[in-house]
Ligand binder design. Sequence first.
Ligand SMILES: Nc1ncnc2c1ncn2[C@@H]1O[C@H](COP(=O)(O)OP(=O)(O)OP(=O)(O)O)[C@@H](O)[C@H]1O
Ligand SMILES: [Mg+2]
Length: 293
Amino acid sequence: MQLAIENVTKRYKKGVVALCGFSLDLQPGVLGLLGPNGAGKTTLMSILATITRATEGRVLWNRTDIAREPDVLRSVLGYLPQDFGVYPNLTAAEFLQYLAAVKGLDAATAARRIDELLELVNLTEARKRPLGGFSGGMKQRVGIAQALLNDPELLIVDEPTAGLDPEERVRFRNLLSDLSGERIVILSTHIVSDVEATATDIALIAKGTLVAHATPEALLQQVEGKVWEWVVSSADLTQAKQQYLISSTTRRSDGVHARVLGDEPPAGAQPVAPNLEDAYLFCLSEHRAGVPA
Ligand SMILES: Nc1ncnc2c1ncn2[C@@H]1O[C@H](COP(=O)(O)OP(=O)(O)OP(=O)(O)O)[C@@H](O)[C@H]1O
Ligand SMILES: [Mg+2]
C-alpha cells in the first residue's frame, strides 16, 4: 500500500497557486497534515480524493496514476471533506444506508456495517433521529462513519475536529487512533494537539510547499536546546513578543511564563523540553525567514 505524490502543482483560475511542486511518499500509518489557513491542505486532499485535478505533477496509488484511472483509488477511498454537508431530513441510519447503496454495498453487508459504525462513532442511540437536529460533533461523527463504510485503505479527513468541544475532540482523536493499522490515514488540521496523540508522521505545509515531513520525535529534535521559559511581567509582554518568537504564554502569580524559541535565550530564561507546538512554530518561522513572501 503506497501513495506517492510527485511534484504536484495546483493553479486555480485568477492565478492563485495553492500547491507548488509538492512531493510526499506515504506508507500505512496516520499522517498529520499541519499548516496554517490557506496553506493548501484542502487542495491537496481534494486532489488525493480525485475531486480536483492537479495542474502539474501526478499522484500514484500503488503505482497507478489516479488522474488516469481514478476508480482504482475511489473503490478503496474514504473521504470526509472540510465542508461536509448532510441531508437534514434523513436519519443517521437512512443517510448511511443511502451512501452505502451509492458505494455499491449489498443490503445485508450494508446493514451489518452500519450497525458496527454507528456503535464505533457512538451514535447507536441517535440512529433514528433526523440529521437536521444533530450537533456539530454528531454530524462530524456521521461524516467519519460514511467515510468508513467501505473499510477504506486510504482515509482522508479534512479538519475533522473543527467546531468540536474538548470532550468530543478527545473522543474523535481516540477514534482515529483506533482506525489506524493497515491503511493510510491523512488528517489535516491547524491545531497541533489534534495530531500529537495520533500521528505517526507529520507533514508541515505552508504556502503550498512542504516544509517538513518527519516523525513527531524528529521534529522535536529539531528544536531541542532552542526552547526557553522566560518569566516577564504583563507590562513587558508586548515588547517581548516583538523581540522574540514566543510559542505560548501562561499567566501565573509571579508573572507571565513565556515559551521563547531561538538559539540564544533572553537573560534569565531557563531551558525547557520542546513540545510539538514549539517545533511547528519554529519550522514555520525558519521557512518564512528563508522564503520571500
Ligand atoms: N476554488 C478555488 N479557487 C481559487 N482559489 C482557491 C480555491 N480553493 C482554494 N483556493 C486558494 O488556494 C489556497 C489554498 O487553499 P486551501 O483551501 O487548499 O488551504 P487550507 O490549507 O485548506 O486552508 P484552511 O486551513 O483555511 O482550510 C488559498 O489561497 C485559497 O484561497
Ligand atoms: Mg482547508
